[in-house]
Design a protein around this ligand. Structure first.
Ligand SMILES: [Zn+2]
Ligand SMILES: [Zn+2]
Length: 316
């Protein structure tokens, strides 16, 4: 009995660690040679949101803090490589945080993975251009339609012609090897694909694996079963744009996402250890669960679900 209790305590402690590593510098020991970190948690438009005086006044009074658009960093301290998932409008600060808090080398970034052509996910590329960094051949991993979109539409096409970025084509379910111990696989997901297809990513090491799906239409429209996919990985960063129906004053079928309340319903009969793999991310400004004091969020955290926070670290 004592042993069971101790194991349980250890398990809870480990869960606690995963959720509470915000803003901690990583111990540069063998256990944390490679890891993911959260560089932003908000939906494309960030928080506070344009044309929302209430949110901006609360921010100016220091009642709330600014939340950067959703992005993950991936670092391998052994091979001294670092990768970025999403080029958000907040990318300059996110790259600075990645460099100053995690890994500084003679390269600002070793590669950028894009999910799709919505504003929060690729427009940060502009900072690599002539008006800003004037970067040289930053590797950008992009799916076929995304690649064509960047190559054939200004101002992005200038990044390609001036060789500020170099596009590495990726394919659905085709693995990209980054280091002998890290690889990334894009997979198509249903979304409002006006300008490009949309992908999620699976990030693998020999020890751990992670899913990153910041934007997707309703789960039932995906050919895969999200519950089964979550079971296969250690971490699942999932679309948390909205908490529930009715939270924005427009027809929410125009912007379909799985509501958090729909996602948790799918996991209702799963164990706490399965639920605890889920880290909600990509919060619209209207989503009250972005606030750590929110009562709905606290209840979900008690069930095991996690909510992404900038600075949180996940060993890979
Ligand atoms: Zn988005
Ligand atoms: Zn989108």
């Amino acid at each position: 009995m004592l042993r069971i209790t101790f194991s349980l305590m250890l398990f809870c402690f480990c869960l606690h660690l995963v959720g509470c590593q915000s803003n901690q510098k990583v111990e540069k020991d063998n256990k944390s040679k490679q890891y993911l970190m959260v560089l932003g948690i908000a939906q494309d438009a960030g928080f506070p949101h344009i044309d929302n005086p209430h949110e901006w006044e609360n921010y100016k009074k220091g009642i709330t803090k600014k939340e950067l658009a959703t992005s993950l960093g991936l670092v391998d301290l052994a091979s001294k490589q670092k990768y970025l998932f999403e080029a958000t409008p907040d990318m300059p600060l996110q790259l600075h945080n990645l460099e100053s808090e995690h890994l500084k080398t003679n390269r600002l970034i070793d590669g950028v993975f894009l999910t799709h052509a919505h504003i929060g996910h690729y427009t940060g590329l502009m900072h690599f251009g002539r008006e800003a960094m004037g970067a040289k051949k930053i590797p950008v991993f992009a799916m076929p339609k995304m690649k064509i979109f960047l190559e054939q539409n200004g101002p992005w096409s200038q990044l390609v012609s001036l060789k500020n970025i170099e596009i590495f084509p990726t394919e659905n379910e085709s693995l990209v090897e980054l280091t002998p111990n890290l690889n990334v696989t894009p997979f198509l997901v249903p979304h409002r694909d006006e300008f490009s297809e949309t992908v999620g990513y699976k990030i693998n090491s020999p020890a751990k694996s992670a899913l990153f799906i910041p934007d997707i239409n309703k789960w039932k429209l995906w050919e895969k079963d999200i519950v089964e996919e979550v079971k296969k990985v250690d971490y699942a960063f999932l679309d948390a744009t909205f908490l529930k129906n009715g939270e924005i004053p427009r027809d929410m079928s125009e912007v379909p996402h799985p509501f958090i309340e729909e996602t948790i319903a799918l996991f209702k009969s799963e164990s706490e250890s399965i639920k605890s793999k889920i880290i909600f991310i990509h919060f619209n400004h209207s989503n009250q669960a972005m606030n750590r004091d929110n009562s709905d969020r606290k209840l979900l955290e008690k069930e095991g679900f996690h909510f992404a926070e900038e600075g949180a670290i996940f060993p890979m």
